[in-house]
Structures are given as structure tokens and as C-alpha cells.
Design a protein. Sequence first.
Length: 113
Amino acid sequence: MITYWHNPRCSKSRGGLALLQEHDVTIEIRLYLQDPPSLAEIKQAQAALGVSAIHMMRAKDQLFKDLRLSKDASDAELREAMAAHPALIERPIAIAGDRAVIGRPTEKIEMVL
């Protein structure tokens, strides 16, 4: 099963979902803006992605600037910001057990199939 952190308003997220559906895998869709991941879930996703917290964030968004976040902030601070403001989470994220990938470009999602 693949857990898919999805934003239906995002074309990349819709494209990734279509790719998963083409492969006929079981998908648990998580509308992460409506059902935000907990801090623990963000930590798990980060571990599965194998990246620093800044690499799973939308650091160019205005919200990132409005919150006065920095690319040099600690992972803990950035994870807390994502938990409080899920719009900061880069999308989409496909999670399969202890592996995960950010679907940018969309084809990267194939890495968790």
C-alpha cells in the first residue's frame, strides 16, 4: 500500500495520483491540508525520504517567508512549522513502508512501486 499526501488543486499531485492508479496499486489518499500530518508523521516521512527537513518544504512560498523561516533553521524547527502549517509541505509525497519520494518530477513516484 502507498500512502499519498495529496493536494487535488496541484497538477503535479494529480499527475502522481494518475500514475499510481495506472499501476493498479492500493493507495491511501491523505488530503494533508485537510488532515494535517502530526509531528511524528512528518518525522517518519522525513526519515523515509532520507532528506533534511528543508528538502521536503515549499521554501519559495510566501508563507515560508511570512513565518520568517530560514533554510538554515534546524530540522526540528522546520518540522514543527510543517506540522503547524501543512501548506509548507512539498507535494506530493508517496510513502511505501520505510521508503518515500516527493513526486517532483512525477516520474519519481515510480521509485516506490
